[in-house]
Design a binder for this molecule. Structure first.
Ligand code: GRF
Length: 190
């Protein structure tokens, strides 16, 4: 299975996937490329460190989202991508892209979906006052943070949590369930 990861930021989830391919937990899979919409995304540096192709596609060079996504698909196909992993990719993918990779795009989100979709899910959870939150790996469909759920893990929310402490607690679980979901997908068990 050829995997490509789309990431816009620091790439700790990317790192957890890399680690779990390297240590053999996810087997019969190669991370072929990391593609970013942000030139200096740390995720690209992480990729290079492991000899993984690191590609920046500059959104400002395309007239609209659909042109950008055409280029994205072209690149992904150059790497013979079977599975696309979104790992902190801060763009909503359009219909054409999602249809092209139907059942082949996964995302991780830092809440127990369907609660707290969208940005700053951890802050949304704190503001709402929930006592439990967590993370979700799901298939990507045309509606944001809405596709079929593959795995979830929960964490407690404490009285004195800040956005940062809750984020870190959830992130630790993200790094467990994303590789687990990828493994299941690669093994045809989802
Ligand atoms: C994670 O919280 C993930 O759930 C969300 O974006 C963040 C990415 O973090 N989709 P990182 O770049 O993987 O460290």
């Amino acid at each position: 299975v050829n995997i490509a990861v789309l990431a816009s930021g620091r790439g700790t989830n990317l790192q957890s996937i890399i680690n779990n391919v390297e240590n053999g937990y996810i087997h019969d899979a190669n991370i072929k490329a990391v593609i970013s919409d942000v030139r200096d995304a740390h995720a690209l540096e992480r990729a290079k460190k492991y000899g993984i192709s690191a590609v920046f596609i500059d959104p400002s060079e395309f007239s609209d989202k659909s042109e950008y996504e055409k280029e994205l698909i072209k690149k992904l196909e150059e790497f013979n991508t079977d599975l696309v992993l979104l790992a902190g990719f801060m763009r909503i993918l359009g219909n054409k892209f999602v249809r092209f990779y139907k059942h082949r795009i996964l995302n991780i989100h830092p809440s127990l979906l369907p609660a707290f979709k969208g940005l700053r899910a951890q802050k949304q959870a704190l503001d709402y006052g929930v006592k439990v939150s967590g993370c979700t790996v799901h298939y990507v469909t045309e509606d944001m943070d809405s596709g079929p759920i593959i795995l979830q893990e929960c964490v407690p929310v404490y009285e004195d949590d800040t956005e940062e402490t809750l984020e870190n607690r959830i992130l630790q679980e993200e790094h467990e369930i994303y590789p687990e979901a990828v493994k299941l997908w690669v093994e045809g068990k989802v």
